[in-house]
Design a protein around this ligand. Structure first.
Ligand SMILES: CC(C)(COP(=O)(O)OP(=O)(O)OC[C@H]1O[C@@H](n2cnc3c(N)ncnc32)[C@H](O)[C@@H]1OP(=O)(O)O)[C@@H](O)C(=O)NCCC(=O)NCCS
Length: 201
């Protein structure tokens, strides 16, 4: 379910799942966001697209930038805060962003605080965000995963994303690319395969 959130400047619909609320970021989320984006266990998989955020001031500036960027993007692209509905905690973020260099492919991605891994939150967010995105003029979404990021690879596989191959066209880095089409959301049992020796890096 998606509804407009008048409290956010980003003008993105808020997407609800059973346990989560995906909504636009607020600068007031800086502490919770820093716990995620200041955490090495998270950002080691995000660079060079994003470095570890060093402090609260830098996080506030980054959130301002994200809010402004999101407001200027064509739907369905944007950045969302992931808020747990049971306690209201912001536990991470999700993105739908055009991939460089061509900005034609739309990337889906998530960053969760490590304390919240292993509860299916990324998968729940993926399904809801993808289903919402496919209501727009989007046929497919991509996840790009660094070799060795076995948690992210498991998440894409769990959500029925299909491995399309290794690529270095994004960010100048060798990455595994996975694709999700709207029909993939209908599959109860994901059948995507990982590349050989994926977790061995
Ligand atoms: C990638 C990332 C978001 C995955 O988080 P996650 O919690 O492992 O992902 P999922 O939502 O798919 O959860 C799956 C786990 O929750 C468990 N789970 C519990 N309840 C569940 C439910 N209701 N539904 C699905 N899975 C559930 C699964 O069994 C699985 O456990 P396991 O890891 O012990 O096998 C997280 O590791 C992260 O933020 N990493 C750093 C940033 C990053 O790499 N981002 C991706 C860049 S491409």
């Amino acid at each position: 379910m998606a509804v407009r959130d008048p409290a956010t400047l980003s003008s993105r619909p808020t997407v609800f799942t059973a346990r989560l609320m995906l909504r636009g970021w607020h600068v007031g989320d800086a502490s919770a966001a820093l716990a995620v984006y200041g955490h090495d266990a998270v950002t080691r998989w995000l660079s060079p697209a994003m470095d570890r955020v060093p402090d609260l001031g830098a996080m506030r500036l980054l959130l301002q930038q994200w809010i402004a960027e999101t407001a200027g993007m064509a739907l369905p692209a944007g950045r969302w805060a992931i808020q747990r509905r049971s306690d209201g905690h912001v536990i991470g973020g999700a993105i739908l962003l055009p991939l460089p260099p061509g900005r034609e492919d739309l990337e889906i991605g998530w960053q969760l605080h490590p304390d919240t891994w292993g509860h299916g939150y990324a998968s729940e967010a993926t399904y809801a965000l993808a289903a919402w995105a496919f209501e727009y003029d989007v046929d497919e979404l991509f996840a790009v995963v660094r070799p060795g990021n076995t948690r992210a690879a498991a998440t894409v596989r769990r959500n029925g994303m299909h491995w399309v191959g290794e690529t270095s066209k994004y960010f100048g880095l060798t990455l595994q690319a996975f694709r999700l089409r709207s029909a993939d959301l209908d599959q109860a049992a994901p059948s995507a395969h990982l590349p050989p020796n994926f977790g061995a890096s």
